[in-house]
Design a protein. Structure first.
Length: 134
């Protein structure tokens, strides 16, 4: 499987060039799009960041991430687990308690998110800070 982003093609209209076109199928098949869908939500980066330090129990994560509901935290953890980024294991010595930790793949993604964070910090003044209208 290729890890390259699909290449856009020049679009022509009436003999002139309109720019580049990426089809919906190419966009949907793009591995970058798939990763951003997985970790580009509001809470996944925070969970990944916390788990990069050490495993956490559910209540620890709930207390550490201000503003997240328990329902959304549960959904986020389940999604990250289903994607193979987070593991869920019974905690030793306490019945009913589980710990969440990054998998090897999740840990490697953490490095990439950190690089993206550094890039965002370096270019913060140049980036639009409000969402586009429309």
């Amino acid at each position: 499987m290729s890890t390259d982003v699909p290449s856009a093609r020049p679009a022509t209209s009436g003999g002139g060039t309109r720019g580049l076109v990426v089809t919906a199928a190419e966009y949907g098949a793009c591995p970058v799009t798939a990763v951003l869908r997985r970790v580009g939500d509001r809470w996944s980066p925070a969970v990944i960041r916390l788990l990069a330090d050490r495993p956490h129990g559910f209540n620890e994560l709930d207390r550490a991430i201000e503003g997240i509901s328990r329902r959304v935290l549960t959904r986020t953890l389940r999604t990250l687990e289903a994607d193979g980024l987070v593991s869920r294991t019974p905690a030793p010595g306490r019945a009913g308690r589980v710990e969440y930790a990054l998998t090897a793949v999740g840990a490697s993604l953490r490095e990439q998110l950190a690089a993206l964070g550094r890039w965002a910090a370096e270019h913060a003044a140049e980036l639009r800070t409000t969402p586009p209208e429309g």
